[in-house]
Each structure stands twice: as structure tokens, then as C-alpha cells.
Ligand binder design. Structure first.
Ligand SMILES: Cc1cc2nc3c(=O)[nH]c(=O)nc-3n(C[C@H](O)[C@H](O)[C@H](O)COP(=O)(O)OP(=O)(O)OC[C@H]3O[C@@H](n4cnc5c(N)ncnc54)[C@H](O)[C@@H]3O)c2cc1C
Length: 392
């Protein structure tokens, strides 16, 4: 047990760094957050949009995201959470299919009726599996083919895994898919999931946490890139929340295009693109669930993808060309291109969660590569931060 107060440096002002700084400040520690950007929020950072703000990368909450909802409540912002029914679509073979409810699955004519049943049963079967650790050494592709059948794998799961993990998708363990299936089933209810969003964007949460940290005697230093823990030797404890160093965990990046428009592409909040050759893998129509005239086109890419070297207008052109395949007459007012190099840790077979402690008693790592088997997200980052603050 550390003696109070401890002088703590936290590197990174994303949800992990901010929630950790908030928890530790509340425990009486003297905390300083170092953020390399000129703003807070990390992957959930925002930009000025219309007369409010909007996430550079689409963000929502699930009703089962207890940990982050708890933090929002502690920050006095629960009344700002708005809820909306999710509507999902899946595009394959040149057509967009509704993919929200079990009834949609039954009508999903891109695969045989037998495959639809097997795909539907997968969620039920997953719920019964308790010993998920065994699935950590099984390839998701093998497990899905065995459980849902070759056709459902080829048409639905293979493109979904490829969209998220690209060339690493064959290394993804079945445990990761199992956790996703169970998480979605838990939040779905009978027909569809409820998605949450903060009125005024997630920025209001980052701002409120920053206020609370400062009120508790903490400091937040923006535009401060910390390259080596040694730079912070004046602190008793140093906690790194950014992506871990190269070699420990691989990351995919994300390039996201945002369009400001009154028009709709379709009726879904989220359309997964399950056919090859598209420049983006998901189309998120924020305006179909929440206020704000925004559409996101998202793509995950490897660090050596040639797209990183392209200029914003070239990327926009590539994404738009494919969007117009879905909606040839789409008009928009403004566009933005956002790039994030460390968007998604690559979870491989027999994934070993990296430990917190790097240098005994002094330097720690608390980041989204320590979230497994769940997919990384705001809720689990906040949970991780709370767990770490409890043991510190
Ligand atoms: C496209 C996309 C969509 C997503 N959608 C959702 C969603 O709908 N719901 C959800 O719950 N989650 C979503 N997520 C996941 C969520 O954004 C992340 O899990 C979460 O934001 C991770 O927070 P973090 O603080 O761990 O890391 P980050 O947000 O990456 O924060 C790390 C911070 O460290 C800073 N930093 C890095 N290096 C240094 C340095 N050397 N010195 C100082 N500072 C440094 C960075 O600038 C950054 O601010 C999404 C992620 C992506 C990529």
C-alpha cells in the first residue's frame, strides 16, 4: 500500500488517463497528466461541428456499459445521456440488408436458411460457454466455420474479421469473438440494442473530468509529448496509458472520413460492408440515431498501408467513390479526414495481457492492450483505470 500522497505522472489524456487521474486525485494523490496533443480525449477526441462538437471517430455507449455510465453519473452528466435504438445493416453482393434483430437474420437471403439458423444459434451457444480461456488458443475462423458453417463464415464473419483486423484476421482467437457475441447479446434485449450518446458530445465528459482533476489539486499539461519515462523521474509513480512500445503489441490504425450532410445514405445507424473492394469497412450514419448531420466512413489499416501517405483529398475521393456506389446522388456540405495510428490492438492467438508493472514500484502501463477478451472501448478502459487505482 502506497503512503499518501504520492506524486503521480500520467502520460495520455484519453479516457484511461483522465479517468485514472480522476480516481487517483479523489484518493488524495497529486496527479499530473501529460498529453501530447493540444486537446484531451485521445481516440474519443472531438472537433467543432455545426454549433457543437462531434467525435472525430464515431462513438456511442451501450446500455450495459456500467463502468463508464457510473463515471458519467459521478461527473454529474447522467442527464446528458441520450438513448436511441440501434439499427444495423450488412452489405453484401451489392445489396444492403437489415441486420438488427433475429427476424432480420431469418430474412437474410444472402445465405441459405440453414446457415441463417446456424448463425443465429451461435449467439445462444456462446452464452452457454463459460470456460472461454480454452477459446484463446482456437482460431476464430476455425471455430466460426465449425459452429456457424462455411457459408455463414464466408459471407458474414470473414469480411467482419477482415474489416477489423485486416491481414491479421486469421490470428484472432475465438475468445475475442465469443466475448463480442456475449456483449452484444447482453445489450440487445429482444429486438435491438439501445445506444447512448452525450448531448454536446463526449467532450463534455473530458472537460468535466479535467475540471474535477484540477479542483482536486491535479494538473493537466497539454501539448507535452513524453518520449521516455526517465523524463518524469521527479515523480514517485509514472503511469503510461498510450499504446505500448513497438514489439509488445501490434496496432492497426484508422482513417475516418466525416461528411456533414442533411441526406441519408440508408436507414441504418451502422452498415457493415461485407463485400470486397470498398475503401471503407463501415458506414456510420450518426444522424440516423442522434442529432447532428454527420456520416462517418471508417477503415482500419495496417501501419505500412500506402493510404497513410496519401493526402486528405485523395483519401476523400477514394472513400466517396465507393459511397456513391451505395448512394449515387449523395450531397454533402463539408468533409473532414481524421487519422489515428494506434486505433486497435491486434489480438492474436494465446494473447497474453501485458502486466501493469514495467519498472517495479515506479513505472506502470495501463492501456487498451490490457483489455481482453472484450473488445477495447470506453467502458473497459474506465474499468481498467478503476481497477488500477484500487490497487495503487
Ligand atoms: C474508429 C473507432 C471507433 C470507436 N468507437 C467506440 C465506441 O463507439 N464506443 C466505445 O466505447 N469505444 C469506441 N472506440 C474505442 C475507444 O475510443 C478507445 O477504447 C478509448 O478511447 C481508448 O482510450 P485510451 O485512453 O486507452 O487510449 P487513447 O484514446 O489512445 O489515449 C491515449 C492518449 O495518449 C496520448 N499520447 C500518446 N503518446 C503520448 C506521449 N508520448 N506523450 C503524451 N501523450 C501521449 C494520445 O495523444 C492520447 O490522447 C472506438 C475506437 C476507434 C478507433
Amino acid at each position: 500500500m502506497a503512503a499518501l500522497p504520492v506524486k503521480v505522472a500520467i502520460v495520455g489524456g484519453g479516457v484511461t488517463g483522465l479517468s485514472l487521474a480522476y480516481f487517483l486525485t479523489r484518493k488524495g494523490h497529486r496527479v499530473t497528466v501529460f498529453e501530447k496533443e493540444s486537446h484531451l480525449g485521445g481516440l474519443a477526441a472531438t472537433f467543432p461541428f455545426e454549433n457543437t462538437r462531434l467525435e472525430k471517430l464515431y462513438h456511442h455507449l451501450f446500455s450495459t456499459d456500467r463502468e463508464i455510465l457510473h463515471l458519467i453519473a459521478e461527473a454529474g452528466l447522467l442527464s446528458e445521456v441520450v438513448w436511441s435504438r440501434s439499427s444495423m445493416g450488412f452489405r453484401t453482393q451489392g445489396k444492403s440488408y437489415p441486420f438488427t434483430s433475429p427476424f432480420d437474420l431469418l430474412n437474410f437471403s444472402a445465405i441459405s436458411l440453414r446457415s441463417r439458423f446456424r448463425l443465429g444459434l451461435l449467439s445462444l451457444k456462446s452464452k452457454r460457454i463459460k470456460d472461454w480461456q480454452k477459446l484463446s488458443s482456437v482460431r476464430a475462423s476455425d471455430w466460426l466455420k465449425a459452429e456457424a458453417g462455411e457459408e455463414a463464415y464466408r459471407v458474414v464473419w470473414e469480411p467482419l474479421l477482415f474489416a477489423k483486423f485486416g491481414k491479421y484476421s486469421n490470428e484472432v482467437p475465438a475468445g475475442w469473438v465469443w466475448a463480442r457475441l456475449n456483449a452484444r447479446a447482453a445489450s440487445r434485449g429482444i429486438v435491438s440494442e439501445r445506444l447512448g450518446y452525450l448531448r454536446g458530445s463526449f467532450q463534455i465528459l473530458w472537460d468535466r473530468l479535467a475540471e474535477r482533476i484540477k479542483a482536486g489539486g491535479g494538473e493537466i499539461l497539454l501539448s507535452q509529448s513524453i518520449e521516455k519515462a526517465a523524463e518524469l523521474s521527479a515523480f514517485d509513480k509514472i503511469i503510461l496509458t498510450q499504446a505500448p512500445p513497438k514489439g509488445l503489441v501490434r496496432y492497426l490504425g484508422n482513417i475516418c472520413v466525416v461528411l456533414e450532410t442533411d441526406k441519408k445514405v440508408g436507414d441504418y445507424y451502422w452498415l457493415n460492408i461485407g463485400e470486397p473492394g470498398f475503401a471503407f469497412c463501415a458506414l456510420i450514419e450518426h444522424n440516423n440515431a442522434f442529432e447532428g448531420r454527420a456520416i462517418y466512413l471508417s477503415n482500419y489499416l495496417d501501419q505500412d498501408d500506402p493510404l497513410w501517405d496519401k493526402k486528405d483529398d485523395e483519401i476523400l475521393k477514394l472513400y466517396l467513390k465507393d459511397l456513391l456506389r451505395i448512394k449515387p446522388d449523395l450531397q454533402y456540405d463539408r468533409s473532414w479526414v481524421f487519422r489515428e495510428r494506434f486505433a486497435q490492438p491486434v489480438i492474436g492467438l494465446n494473447y497474453q495481457i501485458p502486466p501493469f508493472e514495467i519498472s517495479p514500484g515506479k513505472v506502470y502501463m495501463v492501456n487498451n492492450a490490457q483489455i481482453y477478451p472484450q473488445d477495447r472501448g470506453l467502458n473497459d478502459s474506465c474499468k481498467l483505470a478503476r481497477r488500477f487505482s484500487d490497487i495503487m
